[in-house]
Design a binder for this molecule. Structure first.
Ligand SMILES: *[C@@H]1O[C@H](CO)[C@@H](O)[C@H](O)[C@H]1NC(C)=O
Length: 417
């Protein structure tokens, strides 16, 4: 019955197509007779290199059809030479699955679990997020011995006063963090604080600055004494996206590298932080960052200490942005920017069947579409080709990667890792 009705449907489609062929191409496109393309998922025999996904002129149909497959044979083989850290978040459960499936390609996984702040008048900080810890998942990651390090993110939060309190009396903070790690058998942490410290100009103040460096040093010492647990720092880029964006001075990175196992460098949101549509992590900006790492100032080039480059984990986005500036300026509710994950990106491709454009300078794919209210949108989302360009740049510069975040990407991205 099902077979028969499918056949009838197929015949009807064929007849329609024959009828439509007399209409000229442009008009047919205008009427938007939509061809639904099935999203293939799961393991595939086909290498990403043979799938058409690496082309400049990659079609929306190829992305829909093959973007969410992965090459079965290389699933357990890491291709990237440098250290690979991948974030996962509790609000996107797909990341947990991706981390387990592709765990052999990852050196560290950082679940975004813990928030730390100190209430006014409190003598020690409160650490929340413990309910997110999932030992079943950790076990799955570590199955069969060597798996990725599990290094959850701890973000220092609160008003400047909260940060000042935590830095003035550091022992409760350091001991609190290390206790959480020990109680849950975790391998270390990613500390995110630098951008916050930067945002209220804390780092401009000598006392604050010294306290910040002292915290990182003592955290390293206590972690090291606790069975060699690792410390990663989430930091802004060395070369900021624009004048007001936070950045980390190269000298500070060199100083901190004595105590830090890796820097998760946030080289993304280049255009969104400038409030305009555009590439998320343009190639020229990535190179500028790698150049600063390598040479320092243009006038007085100083080579980095030998172990610095492998500790630099170039930030790679597995998400994209859909921006619609005119919608925001007319103030009719919907935001100007929407983050895109693989499912929402493929849905847009399905709906609008766009021609993707490869931007030569940025080395990113993009397309534009008009929504049902007549607003134009600009979409940038990574493709295997744009990812590969960043992986090559990282390899050449002898640096590693930090991926935000595993669950937002297409499975095909992992073929390249
Ligand atoms: C914990 O992780 C396992 C394995 O990934 C998963 O099946 C389970 O749903 C998770 N539990 C919770 C409460 O999220």
């Amino acid at each position: 019955m099902i077979v028969a009705s499918r056949w009838v449907l197929a015949a009807a489609v064929l007849l329609l197509a024959m009828g439509a062929s007399v209409v000229d191409g442009a008009k047919r496109r205008g009427t938007r007779t939509r061809r639904e393309i099935d999203v293939q998922t799961g393991p595939s025999e086909e290498q990403v290199w043979d799938s058409g996904l690496m082309e400049k002129e990659v079609s929306y149909a190829t992305l829909i059809e093959h973007g969410r497959e992965y090459h079965s044979e290389s699933r357990n083989v890491k291709r990237v030479r440098g250290f690979v850290l991948g974030y996962v978040t509790p609000w996107n459960r797909l990341g947990y699955e991706m981390a387990v499936r592709f765990r052999k390609k990852l050196d560290a996984v950082s679940p975004v679990w813990f928030q730390v702040k100190q209430e006014q008048g409190a003598t020690e900080p409160s650490i929340t997020g413990g309910h997110e810890v999932n030992q079943t998942w950790i076990k799955a990651l570590r199955k069969g011995g060597k798996g990725p390090l599990v290094v959850p993110r701890f973000i220092l939060e609160g008003a400047p006063g909260s940060h000042v309190a935590m830095l003035s009396d550091q022992r409760p903070l350091v001991e609190g963090i290390v206790k959480v790690l020990e109680d849950n058998h975790l391998d270390g942490l990613v500390l995110e604080a630098w951008s916050a410290w930067h945002s209220f100009n804390g780092l401009q103040n000598d006392h604050f600055r010294q306290a910040a460096f002292a915290l990182i040093q003592s955290l390293h010492q206590v972690l090291d004494a606790s069975g060699g647990k690792k410390l990663f720092l989430a930091v802004p880029p060395l070369y900021p996206s624009h004048e007001k964006a936070p950045w980390l001075a190269r000298d500070d990175m060199i100083e901190l590298s004595k105590w830090v196992d890796g820097f998760s460098v946030m080289t993304y949101d280049y255009s969104s932080t400038q409030g305009r549509p555009g590439p998320n992590s343009p190639a020229h900006w990535v190179s500028a960052n790698l150049e600063v790492l390598k040479r320092g100032g243009e006038k007085d080039p100083v080579p980095p200490p030998p172990d610095l480059e492998p500790k630099f984990l170039l930030g790679v986005n597995f998400y994209g942005w859909d921006s619609c500036p005119s919608r925001a300026s007319r103030g009719n509710g919907a935001g100007a920017l929407e983050a895109l994950t693989a499912p929402s990106f493929l849905k847009l491709l399905q709906q609008h069947q766009p021609a993707l454009e490869w931007q030569e300078e940025a080395e990113e794919h993009m397309f534009e579409y008009v929504d049902k209210d007549g607003f134009s949108h600009t979409v940038f989302y990574p493709t295997p080709r744009s990812l590969e360009a960043r992986l090559q740049a990282a390899q050449t510069a002898n640096v590693g990667l930090s991926i935000w975040e595993l669950g937002q990407g297409m499975e095909r991205f992992f073929d390249l890792l």
